[in-house]
Structures are given as structure tokens and as C-alpha cells.
Design a protein around this ligand. Sequence first.
Ligand code: COA
Length: 197
Amino acid sequence: MQRQSSSFTIRHANSRDVGHVSDVLAESFYRSADRQVNFLTRRFTNWIYPLLRWGIVFDLSSRFSEKTPCYVCLVATHSTNQSQAIASLEICMRHVPVKSPHEFWLGHETQQYPYIFNLAVHPQWRRRGVAKQLLLAAEQTVKQWGFSRLYIHVLEDNQAASHLYDRIGYRLDSQEGNMGFWLLGRSRKFLLQKKLD
Ligand SMILES: CC(C)(COP(=O)(O)OP(=O)(O)OC[C@H]1O[C@@H](n2cnc3c(N)ncnc32)[C@H](O)[C@@H]1OP(=O)(O)O)[C@@H](O)C(=O)NCCC(=O)NCCS
């Protein structure tokens, strides 16, 4: 699988990408300037950063070597350096609640659907359409697997991601974390769904 735009290429990741993908994830989720955290949390995160990055390397390496059916990691590279991943996302299968007329009596039914996680673009490469390209490539992958729906989670205070998902057609499926929101002021988590044509 390889999709190319003017300057970015999207392809399946391999074990040689683990280091770069881990850098993208660690930078995006632990060190990005967008993260609104206080001074002490930032200092602490910087201090344990090598450990956090090592944890990501370990998890990614395990997922890559497990050869799970319907799991894939897509990476984006720039034409100036085809071997360096600058962005990535992963797709796996996940149980999601399906709405049923009997749910009041029988509780939530769940069904397995493709689910996107760990979408991240290195801070230096943002706002150039890379995430959008990765998400569109993910849709093609999922269609090839025979599915017509795709899910993703977003935290309600992640405005960049919320805008992005809304723009390419993801819609709210359900809301999680209401208790933490009301009691502890934590962000709610939205499960979004996109129906593929
Ligand atoms: C969210 C993220 C993946 C977006 O990546 P990106 O490559 O910059 O996004 P794109 O360039 O493809 O953006 C496409 C559209 O999404 C919206 N968007 C993206 N970033 C935005 C931002 N910071 N603010 C508002 N809208 C934004 C815009 O509508 C944008 O189109 P435009 O640039 O023509 O206005 C990136 O900011 C990131 O890695 N964030 C940290 C990790 C993260 O939050 N991942 C998502 C977990 S749910």
C-alpha cells in the first residue's frame, strides 16, 4: 500500500519505523507546546520523557511483531526523507456499543469495528494536510477489510483533532467519562463514527 500526494507519501509502517513513530507519538502526546499543563507537570514530564518514549517503543514493537489480523500502522513521510516517519496512525478492531431497541432491558450490545488510535503528526509538520491524508488512507484500508464504518475517540478539549474529524465527516456516536467530568472536572471523551460510502 502506498499513496502519494505532491510531497507526502503514506505507507504501511515496518519495524524500521518504530523509532521515528515513537518520537512522533512522544513529542505529540507528552511534549507538544499545545498541551495545557502546569509548570510542575511539564518539568516532571520532561524528566521522565526517556522512560515514556521507551514505553511507546516497547508497545509499538510488540504490536508490530504480533501479526494481529486487522491491525495496521500507517506512516507519512516527506519526499525529502522517505525513511523518516513524520506522522502516523494505527487501526485495530475494537468493541463498540451498538444502539439496539432492547438495550434498556438487556444492556448495551457491542460489535467489533475498525478503530483508529494514536493519530499524531510531528509538531514541525502540522497544518499541511498530513493528518487528513492519513485518515483518508485509513478509510481505504478499512474498506479493503470489508467494513463500512470507522471509529475514533477524541477528548472534548482537543480542538485541533475535533476540527479535523468534523471536517472530514466524523460524527458523535457516544459520550464517555461523564462521572469524571462532573466530579473531577476532567475532559469528556467522545466516540466518533464515520460511515464510509
Ligand atoms: C490533531 C493533529 C493530528 C492534526 O494534524 P495536522 O496534520 O496538523 O492536520 P491537517 O493539516 O491534516 O488539518 C486538516 C484540517 O483539520 C483542522 N485542524 C487541524 N489542526 C487544527 C488546529 N490546530 N486548530 C484548528 N483546526 C485544525 C483544520 O480544519 C485543517 O484544515 P486547514 O489547515 O485547511 O484549516 C495534530 O495537531 C496532532 O498531532 N496533535 C497532537 C496529537 C493528537 O491530538 N492526536 C489526536 C488524538 S484524538
